[in-house]
Design a protein around this ligand. Structure first.
Ligand SMILES: [Zn+2]
Length: 123
């Protein structure tokens, strides 16, 4: 029981270190409460297949999901945001779950600022 309490406090502490605004940004990303095509088109009246919810910011014809926007999209503006927030991209684990590893990094505030910029740009 004590171990569970400490673990919960650790999770809360992570969100306590950043502003409510930035905490909300990360929650939106983790709960798919954002405006990327993967979710925005899913919520339309006529169901659009997953593979047709493509990115409108680049010419790759990829699904505009969280991983594409944060890590892969080659639009100039998103590439510039990755340069601006270069400290988030210094290490690569080579993991098969790149998005999970990326959003689990310890620089929570830096991550939240980057995610906020990306979601705003894709709005
Ligand atoms: Zn793209």
């Amino acid at each position: 029981m004590i171990g569970n309490v400490q673990q919960n406090q650790l999770c809360l502490h992570t969100y306590d270190t950043i502003s409510h605004h930035l905490s909300r940004t990360l929650s939106r990303l983790r709960l798919s409460g954002h405006n990327l095509n993967i979710e925005q088109i899913r919520q339309q009246q006529h169901r659009v297949p997953y593979e047709l919810r493509i990115c409108t910011k680049c010419n790759w014809h990829c699904v505009q999901d969280e991983e594409h926007v944060l890590l892969d999209c080659l639009s100039a503006d998103l590439a510039n945001l990755r340069v601006k927030h270069y400290q988030l991209f210094r290490s690569s684990t080579g993991s098969s779950n790149r998005l999970r590893d990326f959003i689990s990094q310890t620089d929570t505030e830096g991550l939240a600022l980057f995610v906020y910029d990306c979601l705003e740009w894709c709005a």
